[in-house]
Design a protein around this ligand. Structure first.
Ligand code: FE2
Length: 311
């Protein structure tokens, strides 16, 4: 029986809570190189200077904004996606330690590998006019996601925290890795423990989310569609569950179940939040995605995961 890096207690926790915090998963030297790559992309005239943290406070001034799906700079968000299939970013996020964890959860030999120098997320534009880039269309990592700190954090309390949501594109296991130390108030990723078990059955399909096509002559309806059962349940989750803030140190990674409710938060520290996001999928996702939610929501996971009791 091939043992992976996770203990049975960790697997039980993951099944029950829908996430797991892992220490020291990213190579610090590669984290630093990814940050170098990020900052090199900033237009040379930007008033934000890497070596001067007092310039890291957001938002981006209007003349420095960009809605280009491969490199977004708007408000407090700075998202670099063009580097998502470069060898550096793949080596950073899809490293041997991360692969061992993901294989233990998703099954030996079952991980879909990223394509070095393939198409990064955002290379086909937005998912629908005025919508976000489609995270399903990437052959690499999602990108480097940064949140600039808020200068007047007290008066802006809560304003920059997104409501909880689930992702509408198919994959199995999300990962958010910290490239720098992130304090609890530093724009941490938020998760609603246990919500994956409640939300998974409310979808029509196991991994996908229905979308309304966009038509120029029928512009009022576009994008993803939520079932009434989903809307009712996510409202209950937001009301009855206290979210966990995934803060930590450089190299820490949180892995999370595809149907777990989560959100980004405003950054009320004085340090730029810099993280790398990757979505793990199984090689048979294209077959599994046709199925509705299953009586056993762990059907497509490893035997070890299926056989672990979570109380
Ligand atoms: Fe999301």
């Amino acid at each position: 029986m091939g043992k992976g890096p996770l203990t049975s207690e960790q697997i039980a926790f993951f099944k029950d809570a829908g996430f797991l915090l892992l220490k020291d998963m990213l190579n610090p030297r590669l984290c630093e190189r990814a940050i170098d790559r990020l900052w090199r992309t900033l237009p040379p005239g930007s008033r934000m200077k890497r070596e001067d943290p007092s310039t890291h406070f957001g938002p981006f001034p209007p003349d420095e904004e960009s809605d280009a799906p491969l490199h977004i700079r708007r408000g407090y968000l700075w998202q670099l996606r063009e580097c998502g299939t470069e060898p550096l970013l793949i080596e950073l996020a899809y490293n041997a330690k991360m692969r061992a964890v993901a294989e233990q959860l998703l099954g030996k030999g079952m991980l879909a590998a990223p394509t070095v120098n393939g198409r990064p997320m955002g290379s086909t534009g937005t998912a629908w006019p005025g919508g976000p880039a489609d995270p399903a269309i990437t052959e690499g990592i999602r990108g480097i996601y940064c949140t600039r700190p808020i200068e007047d954090a007290i008066s802006q309390a809560g304003h920059h925290d997104q409501p909880c949501h689930t992702d509408g594109h198919p994959f199995q296991l999300g990962a958010v890795g910290l490239l720098t130390d992130t304090p609890p108030n530093g724009g941490a990723f938020r998760l609603w423990p246990g919500s994956h078990k409640r939300l998974y059955p409310t979808f029509q399909l196991q991994y996908d989310q229905l979308r309304v096509p966009y038509y120029d002559h029928l512009p009022s309806c576009k994008g993803i569609v939520h079932s009434p059962a989903y809307l009712a349940e996510i409202k209950r989750v937001a009301a009855d569950t206290r979210p966990v803030h995934c803060h930590g140190e450089r190299g820490d990674v949180v892995i999370w179940h595809h149907r777990l409710a989560h959100s980004a938060t405003g950054n009320r520290s004085n340090a730029l939040r810099q993280a790398v996001l990757y979505d793990f999928s199984r090689i048979d996702l294209d077959q599994c995605r046709r199925d509705p939610p299953q009586p056993d929501m762990w059907r497509d996971w490893s035997e070890e995961v299926r056989n672990t009791d979570c109380g």
